[in-house]
Design a binder for this molecule. Structure first.
Ligand SMILES: *[C@@H]1O[C@H](CO)[C@@H](O)[C@H](O)[C@H]1NC(C)=O
Ligand SMILES: *[C@@H]1O[C@H](CO)[C@@H](O)[C@H](O)[C@H]1NC(C)=O
Ligand SMILES: *[C@@H]1O[C@H](CO)[C@@H](O)[C@H](O)[C@H]1NC(C)=O
Ligand SMILES: *[C@@H]1O[C@H](CO)[C@@H](O)[C@H](O)[C@H]1NC(C)=O
Length: 339
C-alpha cells in the first residue's frame, strides 16, 4: 500500500526525531559491526533516543545512541583497529553535527556545525566561551585518518571541565588504548563502548546537559572474518615490538566521577553494568560472567602494570613485566591461580 492515501496525521510520527529513517539516523543494523557479536548493548533506554551510524566521507566510523532532549550522548561504540578513509587526520574547526537529527532529508554525513542552531542536539555555539571542553566519548587518538577526524562531532561529546577531561584521557582512555593494542597484537579485535551517566543539573548555554560520570568498557575477543568486516577490510598498522601479547581474550571497565572530580576507578564490566542499571554491554566476552570475572580482573591488572612500566620507560622492568603479563595469561589458561 502506498502512503499517499494515508491521512496526513498518520505520517507525522515519521517526522519526529527517533523515528527518522534517514541514512544516518536509523536502526543500528546498518553499522552493527561496531558492536561485539553485532549486538547493541542491552538494557539502555532507547525511547526518545536517536541511533546514529556516524558517517563521514562515505564511511561509517562508529555508532552513537543520543538523547535529544538533554543533547547528551548515552554512549558511542567503536572498534580498534578500525581506521577508514585516507585523509591525514586533523581536528575540524568548528566541530561537526548531524543534520539528519533535525531534518530527515538533510545530508546523511556529519557536517560543520558553524552557523547552525538546533532544538535537538548540541552545536558549536553552545560550547563557545562556555568554559567547558568538548569531551570525546570515542577518543580522537584511538584510530587514524578520517576515523580520527570523525570523532569530532558534537553528538560524540559531553561538556567536561578541562582538568577532568585531561585526567579522564590519562587515567582511562590511554590505558584502554594500550589494552586495545595488546589485544590486536594478540590477533584479536577490541570493541569499546564509552558513555556518560548521572546527569548533573548544569546545562551549558542552558541547553547541553553536563554529565556527572564518564564510563568506558572494553572487550577483547576473536577477530571477525576480514571478508565481512569493513573495519578489517582496510590496511591495518602493526603495533610494533614494544607491545606485549596476551594469549586470552579479556574485558575491562573504567568510570570516573567528573563533577565533582574523583580519580578514575577500574571495575569489571559486570560491576559497571550494575552501576548503570543496564544489561549486557557485550554479547559474549571473557570476564563478563560471574565465572571468569575475578580471574580476568587479575589478568588485566597485570597487563596494565606491564603497560605502565613500559610507559615509564624502565627497560628492564618493561621487559620483565611483559613476560610477566604473558605468563599470567598463560598461567590462567592452564588453570593456575596468580595471587
Ligand atoms: C592514512 O592515510 C594515508 C594517506 O593520506 C595513508 O598513507 C595511510 O596508510 C593511512 N593510514 C591508515 C592507518 O590507514
Ligand atoms: C559561517 O558564516 C560566515 C559569515 O557569517 C561565513 O563566512 C562562514 O563561511 C560560515 N561558515 C560555515 C561553516 O558555513
Ligand atoms: C563561524 O561562524 C562565525 C559566526 O557566524 C564566523 O564569525 C566564523 O568566521 C565562522 N567560522 C568558520 C570556520 O566558518
Ligand atoms: C549514579 O549515582 C548513583 C547515586 O549517587 C550511584 O549509586 C551510581 O553508582 C552512579 N552511577 C555511576 C555509573 O557511577
Amino acid at each position: 500500500m502506498g502512503t499517499g492515501r494515508l491521512p496526513f496525521f498518520l505520517l507525522l510520527p515519521l517526522l519526529v526525531p527517533g523515528a527518522v529513517q534517514g541514512e544516518v539516523i536509523q536502526d543500528f543494523s546498518q553499522c552493527a559491526w561496531f558492536f561485539q557479536g553485532k549486538v547493541p548493548p542491552q538494557g539502555f533506554d532507547t525511547q526518545n533516543r536517536v541511533k546514529i551510524c556516524q558517517r563521514y566521507k562515505n564511511h561509517y566510523h562508529f555508532v552513537t545512541l543520543y538523547r535529544t532532549e538533554l543533547r547528551n550522548p548515552i554512549y558511542s561504540a567503536y572498534r580498534y583497529p578500525c581506521t577508514m578513509g585516507v585523509t591525514k587526520e586533523k581536528r575540524p574547526r568548528p566541530w561537526f553535527y548531524e543534520p539528519q537529527i533535525d531534518d530527515p532529508h538533510a545530508s546523511s554525513e556529519m557536517t560543520s556545525s558553524n552557523n547552525t542552531s538546533s532544538d535537538h542536539q548540541a552545536v558549536d555555539a553552545d560550547y563557545r566561551g562556555s568554559g567547558y571542553d568538548r569531551g570525546h566519548l570515542y577518543p580522537y587518538s584511538f584510530n587514524r585518518n578520517d576515523s580520527a577526524t570523525a570523532t569530532c562531532t558534537l553528538t560524540n561529546a559531553v561538556p567536561q571541565e578541562h582538568k577532568a577531561n585531561v585526567n579522564w584521557a590519562k587515567e582511562a582512555e590511554d590505558v584502554v588504548l594500550e589494552l586495545a593494542k595488546i589485544c590486536h597484537k594478540s590477533g584479536r579485535s577490541a570493541y569499546v563502548v564509552t558513555g556518560s551517566a548521572n546527569s548533573t543539573t548544569i546545562k551549558v548555554n542552558n541547553k547541553v546537559i553536563v554529565p556527572g560520570v564518564a564510563w568506558t568498557a572494553l572487550c577483547c575477543t576473536s577477530s571477525p572474518s576480514p571478508n565481512t568486516d569493513p573495519c578489517l577490510n582496510n590496511r591495518v598498522w602493526s603495533e610494533g615490538q614494544d607491545v606485549p601479547r596476551c594469549d586470552k581474550g579479556f574485558s575491562a571497565a573504567f568510570k570516573k566521577r567528573m563533577l565533582p572530580e574523583e580519580p578514575a576507578v577500574r571495575l569489571t564490566v559486570r560491576e559497571l553494568q550494575k552501576e548503570l542499571g543496564v544489561g549486557k554491554i557485550f554479547e559474549s566476552c571473557r570476564g563478563t560472567s560471574a565465572d571468569d570475572e575475578v580471574e580476568t580482573f587479575k589478568d588485566v591488572t597485570l597487563l596494565i602494570s606491564a603497560v605502565m612500566s613500559a610507559a615509564n620507560g624502565v627497560d628492564s622492568v618493561k621487559r620483565w613485566s611483559w613476560e610477566f603479563a604473558v605468563m599470567c595469561c598463560l598461567l590462567s589458561e592452564i588453570g593456575l591461580k596468580w595471587v
